[in-house]
Design a protein around this ligand. Structure first.
Ligand SMILES: [Zn+2]
Ligand SMILES: [Zn+2]
Length: 400
């Protein structure tokens, strides 16, 4: 195997956070399993990465708008300067630690999805501890010691990576495009959000039509919502939302500079009209903007549900919070995916081609691969940045 590989990195010392942007393609050592040096290598594998999804959080790192403290704190802990970024992947297991088979190989002969050398796998980006209270009761998505690939530990924008076998989810290539298997992780966020409450017969507003908001439109309809209203500041995103089955679209007229937490009256008025004065049963906040948080609260009917997913640093004002209580709203917060409950639902929805969801993701969100599949070997910061800004989702083609 190779000794040196290529990886996309951020280097706190050489690049610096404040005066730079983007990632740098660097030569890094080939990851190895050395169980004498690291006992945890016994439960890890080496993956040859095939495709890797570029996430909104990678954009946040690229422009240095998010994760500053997490990256620097974790690098200090590891006593190093360089972080390999990226966390959405599909790849082939090329080597497995000595304990992988005894711990993670399903002995059920009917289950052909085996974690073993040669298997094609995706996996969760949250590396959990397995020891804390939350992990022990099956709530790994809120593990107290969690590490996140590409942020607090080295990630997967690399030709080869080392990763704990417990994070992996086997992919059936005969039923799922590998490009889409690479974005299991964000699709899983949407599945997690859309399985918190019962969508059957409900009117739903989706605030924010980035990839996870767009996945949520597909899923809300799949789970039986009778009206899906997509809200965004970007016309192209709304066109995509419409193509994916949103019944109604609402353009937010302009981004506020002052009073950036205030809800948009024109948006709320339109939603009230579309719901005959009631408000939606379910609001999904998938954007993170402060005004969007208040939009989702104000657009929801009495007794309805508000699902929060979008993230933004800083302090948010929710005017007259008491009305949230008086109106009897129920709030949910979505972090990560339920491991692996969310994954098996995601798998069934994606692999069952009759529901059209896999095709819709490929044809509409990924534009049949036109401009959205970016060859890793052709990476230049300028070319990559352009592709990232022209498409809601792009995917690196790394090996194969
Ligand atoms: Zn992601
Ligand atoms: Zn834990």
């Amino acid at each position: 195997m190779k000794k040196i590989i290529k990886a996309l990195t951020f280097d706190a010392k050489h690049d610096g956070w404040d005066k730079s942007k983007g990632f740098v393609m660097r030569k890094v050592p080939m990851p190895v399993l050395d169980e004498k040096k690291n006992s945890s290598d016994a439960t890890s594998v080496i993956l040859k990465i095939r495709y890797a999804g570029v996430c909104g959080s990678d954009r946040g790192l690229w422009y240095r708008t998010a994760f500053r403290d997490l990256i620097h704190g974790s690098l200090q802990k590891e006593k190093k300067d360089r972080r390999i970024v990226g966390h959405e992947f599909v790849g082939e297991i090329v080597q497995a630690g000595s304990m992988v088979k005894s711990l993670y190989y399903d002995t059920d002969p009917h289950n052909k999805a085996k974690i073993e050398v040669g298997a094609l796998v995706s996996g969760d980006s949250h590396v959990t501890c397995g020891r804390c209270f939350q992990c022990r009761i099956g709530e790994q998505n809120v593990c107290i010691n969690e590490a996140i690939l590409g942020i607090t530990i080295d990630g997967i924008f690399a030709e080869y990576v080392k990763i704990p076998a417990k994070n992996l989810w086997v992919v059936d290539e005969s039923r799922l495009r590998p490009e889409i298997a690479a974005i299991y992780d964000p699709f899983g966020n949407a599945v997690h959000a859309c399985t918190k409450v019962d969508f059957r017969g409900q009117r739903v507003a989706i605030f924010g039509c980035g990839p996870i908001g767009l996945f949520s439109i597909l899923l809300a309809r799949h789970f039986g919502a009778t009206k899906a209203i997509a809200v965004d500041i970007n016309k192209e995103n709304l066109n995509m939302a419409k193509k994916l089955g949103a019944h109604e679209i609402i353009l937010i007229p302009k981004i506020k500079k002052d009073h950036d937490w205030e809800s948009d009256k024109s948006v709320i008025d339109q939603i009230m009209k579309l719901t005959y004065g009631k408000g939606v049963d379910i609001s999904m906040e998938m954007a993170g903007a402060f005004s969007s948080v208040n939009n989702s609260i104000d657009a929801t009917r009495r007794g309805g549900s508000v699902i929060f997913f979008g993230l933004k640093d800083g302090d948010l004002t929710i005017p007259k919070f008491s009305r949230v209580i008086v109106r009897g709203l129920t709030m949910y917060n979505i972090i990560g995916r339920e491991i692996f409950h969310t994954w098996q639902i995601a798998q069934r929805i994606l692999n069952d081609k009759s529901n059209g969801i896999q095709d819709a993701i490929w044809n509409v969100i990924l534009k049949k691969g036109k401009g959205t599949i970016f060859p890793f070997k052709n990476f230049t910061p300028a070319k990559f940045e352009k592709a990232m800004n022209q498409n809601p989702k792009i995917i690196f083609k790394i090996n194969g």
